[in-house]
Design a protein around this ligand. Structure first.
Ligand code: NAD
Ligand code: TYD
Length: 337
């Protein structure tokens, strides 16, 4: 099989490529990535010489480049996106361009080249926000109610993917996953931001009251879920993919990280809340478990510790990333924290 992976130089995309080459060495992978601030080919150093792997620098909004990349492709796995909520609040237009228009260009070319499978990576954020006191979880039948420019643009892309299935018969699947954590995550996201700030002896900015709840999924569990869907998923279906945490809030997550690193809670700094901050995400992943036999296997506490170790042992990786552009973004977002 020949796969086109979009956004393969980002956090989840690069973990997916490493996972795929290890588990399906007979397949060929083409990584198509624009290399925005979030794309980093260092993540793929260990496979760059593999004869079944190649890289194309390109923009999913560019029909000619996508047309060429799609030649002889059997399956598309679409990760490429602008992915950070806070940046979407500063500049929504990049999100609409890449996440909505870019997805439409990819879909057009997938139809033209008659690809056998188009798997779209989406997020639980399209479902909106749950209340802390609610007992219900998001599932595949939950109505869409996105509340940030990021989640609205991802919702738009999900609708387009389904529309191309109905209208043009493109064989598609979608996964809506919860918050991922693990190696190679860009340190603008909460867990790597907290870990790397502590390692630099800087405070950890916690938005609002810190009682916001996320469902945390170890990135390798996510990669295995996508593999399972590619092998066994039904055409046109959506699968919710979540982790093993049960309603853990941001303060609890930070306290665990501080504890692993032997640091005091006085490193927490409460900062101005994110506008429109979704209170709680919680995901019911029983459909993929019952229909396809997937379930998460990585315990949060154990793999959080391993993730902290990874950032401790790969300081060059994140110090290179916390560069000029990052410093400008950080100052704008957090001021002097
Ligand atoms: P990321 O920001 O780490 O990586 C995104 C990658 O896409 C980068 O390599 C970037 O260079 C590339 N890219 C951006 N715009 C592009 C364009 N126009 N053309 C080609 N490449 C482009 O993101 P991530 O955290 O790895 O997320 C990957 C996907 O998973 C996204 O679609 C995101 O919405 C989804 N997702 C992420 C999470 C999470 O917790 N990180 C959870 C659920 C879903
Ligand atoms: P994030 O990693 O940005 O993921 P998302 O908002 O897409 O779920 O944030 C995870 C949670 O952590 C979210 O509730 C916002 C919060 N947060 C902070 O409290 N401080 C920060 O500096 C960041 C980046 C996030």
């Amino acid at each position: 099989m020949k796969l086109l992976v979009t956004g393969g130089a980002g956090f989840i995309g690069s973990n997916f490529i490493l996972y795929w080459i290890k588990n399906h060495p007979e397949d060929t992978i083409v990584n198509f990535d624009k290399l925005t601030y979030a794309g980093n080919l260092e993540n793929l150093k260990s496979v760059e010489k593999n004869k079944n792997y190649s890289f194309i620098q390109g923009d999913i909004c560019d029909p000619k480049a996508v047309d060429k990349a799609m030649e002889n492709i059997n399956a598309v796995v679409h990760f490429a996106a602008e992915s950070h909520v806070d940046r979407s609040i500063i500049n929504p237009s990049d999100f609409v361009e890449t996440n909505v228009l870019g997805t439409q260009v990819l879909l057009d070319m997938a139809v033209k080249h008659k690809v056998e499978k188009f798997h779209h990576i989406s997020t639980d954020e399209v479902f909106g926000s749950l209340k802390l006191e609610d007992t219900n979880l998001f599932n595949e039948r939950t109505n869409y109610n996105p509340r940030s420019p990021y989640s609205a643009s991802k919702a738009g892309s999900d609708h387009l993917v389904r529309a191309y299935n109905t209208t043009y018969g493109l064989p598609i699947t979608i996964s809506n996953s919860s918050n991922n954590f693990g190696p190679y995550q860009f340190p603008e996201k909460f867990i790597p931001l907290a870990i790397t700030n502590i390692l630099e002896n800087k405070k950890i900015p916690v938005y609002g009251d810190g009682l916001y709840v996320r469902d945390w999924l170890y990135v390798e569990d996510h990669c295995r879920a996508i593999d399972t869907i590619l092998q066994k998923g039904k055409n046109g279906e959506t699968y919710c993919v979540g982790g093993l945490t049960e309603d853990i809030n941001n303060l609890e997550v930070v306290k665990k990280i501080l504890n692993i690193l032997g640091k005091h809670e006085n490193m927490i700094e409460y900062v101005k809340d994110r506008p429109g901050h979704d209170r709680r995400y919680s995901l019911d992943w029983s459909k993929i478990k019952n229909e396809l036999g997937w379930k998460p296997m990585h315990d949060f506490d154990e793999w959080l510790e391993k993730t902290v170790d990874w950032y401790k042992n790969n300081q060059d990786w994140w110090k290179n990333v916390k560069n000029g552009e990052y410093k400008r973004y950080y100052k704008r977002q957090y001021g002097s924290v």
